[in-house]
Design a protein around this ligand. Structure first.
Ligand code: GLN
Length: 194
C-alpha cells in the first residue's frame, strides 16, 4: 500500500511524517505518474488558490477526479478540503468538485483566525484536539455527505468542520499538527474496507 501526499504547496511534509508514523509508505505526488503509483491520497493545508492553480499547471485535476470516481480514498485538510469541494461562497477558483459541499474560506473571521478546540467526532470514542488556521467551514452539504464534527459559532449556529462522502474525508482543521493519527488511519482503513 502506497499513500501519496499532494506536494505542490503547503504542509505536505507533516502529512508524510504522520503517515510514516502509522507504518504506511508515503510519497510526494506532483505528477500524474506519481498519482498512478498511490492507493490513497492526502491533500494538505496551505493556500487553496495556489494548490488549485499548480494542480492545473501540472495536469493533475482530471487525473485526481478520475481516481476519486474510481474510489481512491482521499483526505483533504483545510486548503485541501476547499480544493476537494464543489464551490466556495467567495467566487471562482480551481476546485476538484468531488466533494458535494460549498465551503466558506477563512470563515472564522479575523479575531479568531487561528484557534484550537476539542471536537466530538462521530465514530471516535474520545474527542479530537483540532488546530484551525485561517480555516474554512462548510456552508452546505449534499445528500451523500455525512457531517462527522461541527463547531458552534458565537451566535449558536453549528458549522460542519469534518465531513465524509464515501471514501472522501475532509477536515477544516490540521490533524497532521497534533500527532493525532486517527483521520489518517481512517483513510487507510477505507482501502481495507473494500
Ligand atoms: N485560508 C486558506 C485558504 O483559503 C486555508 C488555510 C489552511 O490551509 N490552513 O486556502
Amino acid at each position: 500500500m502506497n499513500a501519496g501526499v499532494l506536494a505542490l504547496q503547503g504542509d505536505f511534509r507533516e502529512h508524510i511524517a504522520i503517515l510514516r508514523s502509522i507504518g504506511v509508505t508515503a510519497i510526494e505526488v506532483r505528477t500524474p505518474d506519481e498519482l498512478d503509483a498511490v492507493d490513497v491520497l492526502v491533500i494538505p493545508g496551505g493556500e487553496s488558490t495556489t494548490i488549485g492553480k499548480l494542480a492545473e499547471r501540472y495536469g493533475l485535476i482530471e487525473p485526481i477526479r478520475g481516481r476519486c470516481s474510481e474510489g481512491m480514498p482521499v483526505l483533504g485538510t483545510c486548503a485541501g478540503m476547499i480544493f476537494l469541494a464543489a464551490s466556495t461562497v467567495s467566487g471562482h477558483q480551481p476546485q476538484l468538485g468531488v466533494l458535494d459541499a460549498v465551503v466558506e474560506r477563512n470563515a472564522f473571521g479575523r479575531q479568531i483566525d487561528s484557534f484550537e478546540a476539542d471536537l466530538d467526532v462521530v465514530g471516535l470514542d474520545s474527542p479530537m484536539h483540532a488546530v484551525f488556521i485561517r480555516a474554512p467551514w462548510i456552508d452546505k452539504v449534499g445528500a451523500d455527505v455525512s457531517v462527522l464534527a461541527s463547531v458552534t459559532d458565537p451566535v449558536g449556529v453549528e458549522h460542519p468542520v469534518l465531513v465524509r462522502q464515501g471514501r472522501i474525508l475532509a477536515s477544516s482543521f490540521h490533524p497532521e499538527l497534533t500527532g493525532d493519527t486517527r483521520l489518517h488511519q481512517m483513510l487507510v482503513d477505507f482501502l481495507d474496507a473494500g
